[in-house]
Write a new protein. Sequence first.
Length: 503
Amino acid sequence: MSITDTLSVTLDVLPPAGTEQVPLQLNFIDGHWSASESGATFPKANPADLSDHIGDFADSTAADADEAIEAAKRAQPAWDALGTIKRGEILYRAAELLTERIETVADAVSREQGKTRAEARGEVKRAVDIIRLTAGEGRRLHGSTLPADEDRSLAITWRKPIGVVGLITPWNFPLAIPAWKIAPALLSGCTAVMKPSPLAPLSSALLVQVFTDAGVPAGVLNLVQGDFAPGSRLSESPDVKGISFTGSLGVGLAIQKATAPRLARTQLELGGKNALIVLEDADLDSAAAAIVAGAFGQAGQRCSATSRVVVQASVRESLVLRVLDRIAQLRIGDPRAEGTTLGPVVNEDRLNACLTAVNQAVADGAVLRAGGRRATGGGLAEGWYMQPTVLTEVAWDSELAQEEVFGPVLSVVDAEDFDDAMRIANSVKYGMSGTIFTNNRAHIFDALNRFEAGMLHVNRPGVGAWPHLPHMGAKLSQYGAPECSEQTFEFYTEWRSACIAFP
Ligand code: NAD
């Protein structure tokens, strides 16, 4: 059985047919590709063209998760013993291999998730940068030497891996988010069970193959496809010492409840409802460009997406006209075609969530200025396309202004002045990113101090933070150590101290 028998793709980076029982439904446990023990599968279609059936993937059970956890547990002592420098060398090789495979992997990301080819390439590049950065930590992951209270003594601290970790990821960055969890987990000496979203099962399989080809031994990195059943088993298993999760607030809270009784660690990266403030002294052209990039890039499906523009009312119309002008230039279409700038949303549920949010906002008194419907015709295949949508006069406390939509739907909220804009920006339960456009230096520094959000931007788009910066939110957007930077090792490692006498 070969990959091409079960997936309608040719992926020369996965093992060729005949080398072993190769990717049946893309679980990877103890160094072998396998199906679920139950034999159950779920189908996955291309959101840009529903006639393009990508494949049937393992609908894994709790027993599959247990098998993967067992494999990870067995592999952990030897992986820990290898040391950070050698583990870092393996990660360097993974970064090189992923660079070589960029076109194949970007195509898979685009095909299963719906982001444009350019966005998918950007995502692979970001994954490469993060793996490389993490590999370098192999020679930097240090502890400290401290003063001793006694004569002829020394005090030291160092890090130990926490053990087996569960990595549970969403569909919107199906390659970069798994990469920024797997790389620090492995570098630290943890072994891992990765559980990707059922809406993006292929990208993580390609990534696991990269790490395996780079030399990660059997059992160190395992992959279990599926949804709730393997995910909740990972959260509940006493052998899993920590869960790094990215996804919705509701699931994050369920994981927190499941892990709390045994004091397992969690790192939760959750939703967002991000504000971009525009004051009347701002450069409105660059603000409009940043708004369109932040709100409609990746069809608005980013935790840091610009979903609220909070604008000083005196310049609202001048700004909105500029935004509408730019939206008219977006090219909706097949995300894998060069030149497309707006792809579909990921599935029917997401499209319906966008349409419901728009209808509710209009009923609540908002004014629809662009879009608002499913996009069809004009050469589009049957897919989950949503028109880029702008609503103005959105009340700051309405549902649209308070709840995450996760699609190409932008609300514009009026503010009286800087203080009012900050109050509105901070009025939501989330705190992922915050952005301000102004030329007033005092307002810039006041905003940096007053935003209740993790990732802040000034006079630039509210998305696209750099790979070496910590990735985190505030309030209900985040719990636990930030990701991507050296801070992430606070999740994957625990500290030891020793007092050493040499009389
Ligand atoms: P989701 O919460 O529905 O699913 C995320 C993952 O959790 C999936 O792999 C899913 O199968 C798994 N899962 C579902 N139920 C589970 C359970 N009970 N126990 C364990 N695992 C379970 O999220 P999604 O729809 O895939 O992603 C969109 C959400 O992710 C949005 O809210 C978005 O803001 C958020 N997100 C946050 C960040 C960040 O860094 N803060 C980044 C990207 C996406």
